[in-house]
Design a protein around this ligand. Sequence first.
Ligand code: BTX
Length: 328
Amino acid sequence: MKKDILEALKQNKGKFISGEELSIKIGVTRTAIWKHIKQLKEDGYEIDAVSRRGYRLIQEPDTLELNELEIDIQTRLIGRNLIYYPSIDSTNNEAKKEAALGAPEGTVIIADEQTGGRGRLGRHWVSPRGTGIWMSIILKPQLEPAEAAKITQLTAAAVTTALRNVTGCEAGIKWPNDIIINKKKVCGILTEMSAELNTVNHIIVGIGINVNVDPKEFPDEVRAIATSIKESVGHEIYRKEIVLEILQIFEELYLDFLRTRSMAKSVEICKKYSVTLGNAVRIISKDKIIFGEALDLTEDGELVIRNEAGAVEKIISGEVSVRGISDY
Ligand code: BTX
């Protein structure tokens, strides 16, 4: 019922709607309406209540709670099933559990805070409360395990486009899984999968974005390499707007990929916003370090480099880290 009231207030945002009209529309007493309005105010909604005129929504809080997302989401698949936690260890861990229990494709787990956020290779991902987007998407594409890295590229394309659209920031893609602004990391992507020998059971795409995070909240070693949208654009941004835009663009790219089996659209975006191509890179894998120049992306999103010996080779993202020569 709270959701219905909120929806009615949002439809009339900035205008008064009387308690009577609300009670008829939603089918509850005016006292019940009043109680829910009180609760919404406690949740951070700014609502005018004026006798004889009714209620008027002035401003929503920056929240990712379900009511907010569910009312405004427009997608068909990605995020149709949403699960929200105020605090959780890791949305990727939770998504894995949900996937094992049969959650449908497109399920999104989102949290206001992570206490055990994970990066690649067991690294820690700092995920403070209320200021970032920490979410995971469950996918069940018919793919071979070796193709899972494509999903990381698709995600990078979706997140970068969404961040640029909503905030006007100059986000770029540091291949394979970082979104950066001014040479600092604003978002990381962690793609994990459960697979048999030849087929993927499910893929979990974890996306962590520092939206309104104050860089002072980062531990020293992270602060040196991390930034937030707020730091870059100079003001706070509603996280919900970014989430909705990411899910929308992700869905377009993902459905196109499933239909055409081609990564063309995503790769085009990854090339356009790449901060890796054309630069000297250091590729750090488990057993070796390769120095080279990043030349291109293949049609599947793999990195093509010219190594120190002058030979051209393809790098598959898997477990490598890519470093610029002069920055992180
Ligand atoms: P990564 O291994 O490429 O990057 C991890 C490194 O990034 C850390 O070692 C640290 O130096 C730095 N770092 C840690 N926290 C932050 C931060 N908030 N901003 C910028 N840099 C940071 C990148 O791994 C993949 C991260 C995915 C995070 C999402 S959040 C939702 C989902 N759930 C989960 O547990 N992980 C994913």
